[in-house]
Design a protein around this ligand. Structure first.
Ligand SMILES: [Zn+2]
Length: 343
């Protein structure tokens, strides 16, 4: 095992000591998103000695990611981001126990993960997921550090559910869009790198036992003018006053709907449609599209009996939950499948 002396540069800071370093080493951090924000954050957190990191991301590395996601190499293209990042971290700090999760997580899985960690980082650039993450943090009492980066701007916000501070939904009320992501608007590589580093900076301070200066406050960074501003976010009178107001199921369904398209003709034209619902469901709610029928359980048990690896399949269920989960499992074993939903 590494000696604590390896952290000597941060230990020599006036506000650090061995007891605070021990808190960092004992801490467990959950990170969603292994893109430009996530790779910067995970690299610094592992370097600082965080003992346990779980990084969740279902995407594989693409060539267009490399300009901003600096731990990935050309040779990694096609690999799962979370797995490559975990391998990178294991070499960067072998004392950090890091897992890269690539499976689809349902609400119960997510709830369990939140319970098992001390602090959550939102590096997803997905507002619907940020709302779900916000609700899960309020329910489980976990701190969260949110960030986003687009074009030449970035924002940072810290949620502390223990105190009467505004939450992510107070900042971005439901129905008020946060804006498009860097996929639509573009981003210069260092911008998410800086914001991800800011996330790690706040996380390390919190894990060392300090309050973040950004609890309930929004840092906005403009990298064209180099104007950095901090705003006090007002607590929304109709938001997060009681845990009873939270609807995790609804937040989860909205997040999922953003990732699983509703079935339409164009999707069916380029794929073989497989309806994975039960016979009763199909009778009660017939689909207008002709499909093979293989129930989800049967398909999960023996995919090789029904699917060929060189063909593209589209799996249909009612809400998208079962089709998304099954697709994720089948993708890991080499099948070309995508999910869609009836509603
Ligand atoms: Zn709120």
């Amino acid at each position: 095992m590494k000696s604590i002396a390896d952290y000597s540069r941060q230990l020599s800071l006036q506000w650090m000591n061995e007891s605070r370093q021990a808190s960092i080493i004992q801490s467990r951090v959950l990170i969603f998103g292994a893109g430009g924000l996530g790779v910067a954050a995970v690299s610094y957190l592992a370097g600082a000695g965080v003992g346990t990191i779980t990084l969740v991301d279902q995407d594989r590395i693409e060539a267009s990611n490399l300009h901003r996601q600096t731990i990935y190499r050309v040779a990694d293209i096609g690999q799962y981001k979370a797995k490559v990042a975990a391998s990178y971290v294991s070499e960067r700090n072998p004392n950090c126990a890091m897992s890269g999760l690539t499976e689809f997580l349902d609400l119960q899985n997510l709830h369990e993960l939140f319970e098992q960690h001390d602090l959550v980082l939102d590096c997803t650039d997905d507002q619907n997921f940020s709302r779900l993450l916000n609700a899960l943090c309020l329910v489980t009492g976990k701190l969260a550090v949110f960030a986003n980066a687009v074009k030449m701007e970035g924002q940072l916000f810290v949620l502390d559910p223990e105190i009467n501070k505004p939450c992510f939904n107070c900042l971005w009320p439901v129905g008020q869009p946060q804006g498009d992501s860097c996929n639509q608007l573009g981003v210069l590589g260092p911008v998410p790198g800086i914001l991800g580093s800011f996330q790690a900076l706040e996380a390390i301070r919190i894990l060392a036992g300090y309050h973040s200066a950004l609890q309930g406050r929004l840092l906005h960074c403009d990298f064209l003018s180099y104007e950095f501003s901090v705003f006090d976010v007002p607590k929304n009178k109709t938001c997060c006053h009681s845990l009873c107001d939270l609807d995790l199921e609804s937040d989860f369904d909205i997040y999922l709907a953003g990732h699983v398209p509703r079935i339409d003709q164009s999707l069916c034209e380029s794929n073989i449609l497989v309806d994975i619902r039960t016979k009763d469901e199909m009778r009660d709610e017939p689909s207008a599209f002709s499909a093979l029928h293989i129930e989800a359980l049967k398909l999960a048990e023996n995919p090789h009996k029904f699917l060929e690896k060189n063909l593209q399949y589209l799996l249909l269920c009612s809400s998208g939950k079962r089709s998304k989960k099954l697709c994720n499992d089948l993708l890991q074993t080499g099948y070309e499948v995508t999910a869609c939903r009836l509603h």
